[in-house]
Design a protein around this ligand. Structure first.
Ligand SMILES: Nc1nc2c(ncn2[C@@H]2O[C@H](COP(=O)(O)OP(=O)(O)OP(=O)(O)O)[C@@H](O)[C@H]2O)c(=O)[nH]1
Ligand SMILES: [Mg+2]
Length: 379
């Protein structure tokens, strides 16, 4: 797709980095960015999101470059999208739709495909509702009852609802399957580790290094969609379970977070999160915040987390372990590409495994505690 990207700078965060990310997102979706238009505003315009002057500018750019798509670096309302498409005469997408599109292209497993479809339907349904209110208002004004628009909308809405119900039931089946598999996998094994992090941070590269697996690692956003889990034997740490997960991104559509809940469930079950950070990125701190936001959304913020400062081959950092004031491991500097710091990471895993209490032991301790608690003793 021949694309023009548009972003408004509201004076928050790193605007240039966010436009750069949108550029990467469009490339990841298979599109080509022909021009970028930036504007500054205090608040979005109700009708077109951008002001009418800016809209003229975008229209000229679109005509010069013969663009067939305009992507906004924001979430725009259904009404605004309609107005913009009318104004430009080409397709208009917002950030959410773009991310959904990438996920739809990337989904490989049956479950992944269902999850993305679920998220898309939810997104569409919210758009239809917007359209519906719009027609409703129009109809009220003109005083005509019923009409083609209304019935078509009603049908669309019903079809979407029915499909969503079906998907929900199918996804629930997968969820039960995950539970059984997880039980079988973690029985008798040690530490359960999940690699989490912003998209493109290097999770899959690290996963491959740790497990000698061939998980798809690529310089594109959302290379990984499905959670991959492997057992790994680490000398001194015993049998570990390691999971590679989907990358997070700023404003990850909440529909997607909801849809991927089952996949992300793996993350929630982990004993330790290795939070992989692209240390070479200028916006790494913002990315860490975004990842933590999603972790909170999936109720995984309480899990012990260690920051993996990756890609140090591109920075001035040296490989090694950094500890907090209590001597606990806080950060590990590595390069998953060159292998620097991997020895230290393995050392850290041994230490974590030593300090880890397996579930069965924790349960037994808990039972003993209750047995000895006078409050629970009968006479
Ligand atoms: N220079 C350098 N590049 C790295 C390093 N680790 C990963 N990369 C590169 O970064 C890009 C992204 O790596 P992935 O492992 O696919 O990243 P990911 O976090 O799994 O990304 P998603 O699955 O898209 O969320 C690839 O081009 C890797 O080759 C590193 O230590 N140094
Ligand atoms: Mg990956």
């Amino acid at each position: 797709m021949r694309t023009i990207i548009v972003g408004l700078n509201f004076g928050k965060g790193d605007f240039d980095a966010s436009m750069e990310e949108l550029h990467l997102l469009v490339n990841s979706a298979g599109g080509e960015v022909l021009a970028a238009v930036a504007g500054t505003r205090k608040a979005p315009d109700a009708k077109l999101y951008i002001g009418s002057g800016k809209a003229d500018e975008v229209k000229v750019e679109a005509q010069i470059h013969r663009a067939d798509c305009i992507v906004f670096n924001h979430a725009i309302s259904p009404a605004q999208q309609r107005n913009l498409e009318e104004f430009f005469g080409v397709r208009v997408m917002d950030r959410t739709a773009l991310i959904l599109d990438i996920f739809a292209q990337r989904a490989k497993s049956h479950e992944g495909k269902l999850q993305v479809e679920m998220a898309q339907l939810e997104y569409m349904q919210s758009r239809l509702t917007g359209l519906w209110t719009h027609l409703e208002r129009q109809r009220g004004g003109i005083g005509i009852r019923g009409g083609m628009g209304e019935s078509q909308l009603e049908i669309d809405k019903r079809l979407i609802s029915e499909r969503r119900m079906k998907l929900k039931a199918e996804l629930a089946k997968f969820e039960r399957q995950h539970k059984t598999q997880r039980l079988a996998r973690t029985r008798g094994t040690g530490l359960n580790i999940s690699l989490v992090g912003y998209t493109n941070a290097g999770k899959s590269t690290l996963f491959n290094h740790l497990t000698s697996a061939k998980t798809y690692a690529a310089d594109q956003l959302f290379a990984t969609l499905d959670t991959t889990t492997r057992k790994v034997f680490v000398e001194g740490a015993g049998q570990l379970v390691v999971s590679d997960t989907v990358g997070f991104v700023r404003d990850l559509p909440h529909q997607l977070v909801a849809a991927f809940r089952a996949t992300l469930e793996e993350t929630i079950q982990a004993d330790v999160l290795l939070h992989v950070v692209d240390a070479a990125s200028s916006v790494r701190m913002e990315q860490i915040d975004e990842v933590n936001k999603v972790l909170k959304e999936i109720e995984a913020e309480h899990i012990h987390q260690i920051l993996i400062w990756n890609k140090i081959d591109l920075t001035a950092h040296e490989a090694g372990i950094e500890r907090d004031e209590n001597g606990k491991i806080a950060r590990i500097y590595i390069s998953a590409k060159t292998g620097e710091g991997m020895a230290q990471l393995r050392e850290a895993l041994v230490e974590l495994a030593e300090n880890h209490t397996p579930d069965w032991k924790r349960e037994r301790e808990q039972a003993n505690e209750w047995a000895n608690d006078p409050r629970f003793r009968s006479n």
